[in-house]
Design a protein around this ligand. Structure first.
Ligand code: HEC
Length: 175
């Protein structure tokens, strides 16, 4: 009767040893051809769509559909509407996903200009005229924290509604 107990005890005592063996060998070398340490994304020189995949798509999904269940708003066919209301242009730079991303200012400007295209994610939501973001503008605007995001967003959505813009992201004014 005692045997199973002893076996269980032996297993419990052996477990930490087994786990210790799983720790990587401190003398381990890089695989051949992979010796260089990984570059931070701000210096890696990836293309803008790759930067989007690495920094944004995890939450916003590849095509910008977002995820209602995770409170992640839809950008696809919608994000351009922010350019039509006062304060929206700055808001797009200051949302945490943008301003606190690991991308540098030039990469962020490129990313915004890539999202905000009539033939891109923003699609038909784009205004007639579009002034592309520059590295300098992003640097200036990014520094200013966005306090009280839900209220700021609600104000922008309200301005959109006043212009008759259809809000169909399923997330209402605030969340
Ligand atoms: C960890 C998840 C996450 C990541 C990563 C992320 N976002 Fe977001 N994003 C959100 C959430 C959640 C919101 C809603 C506002 C908030 O809570 O920040 C949001 C809001 C936004 C908005 C405002 C849209 C609206 O309708 O209010 C934009 C634009 C945006 N993100 C772009 C980006 C871009 C571009 C990147 C990549 C550089 C990015 N986000 C990375 C989760 C994320």
């Amino acid at each position: 009767m005692r045997l199973p107990l002893i076996i269980a005890l032996a297993c419990a005592m052996a477990a930490p040893q087994a786990m210790a063996r799983a720790i990587p060998d401190p003398n381990q070398k890089h695989a051949p051809g992979n010796e260089e340490p990984q570059k931070p994304i701000s210096q890696a020189g990836y293309s803008t769509p790759v930067n989007y995949q690495l920094q944004c798509a995890g939450c916003h999904l590849g095509d910008g559909t977002g995820s209602r269940a995770n409170d992640t708003p839809k950008m696809k066919g919608f994000v351009g509407n922010f350019l039509k209301v006062e304060g929206g242009r700055e808001f797009l730079v200051r949302v945490p996903g943008m301003s606190q991303s690991a991308l540098n200012n030039a990469q962020l400007a490129d990313l915004l200009n890539w999202l905000l295209r009539k033939d891109g994610m923003a699609g038909a939501s784009m205004p007639e005229r579009y002034q592309p973001y520059t590295e300098e503008e992003v640097a200036r605007v990014r520094k200013v924290s966005l306090l009280n995001l839900p209220d700021v967003r609600a104000g922008l959505i309200e301005q959109m509604r006043a212009q008759g813009i259809e809000i169909d992201d399923g997330m209402d004014a605030a969340y």
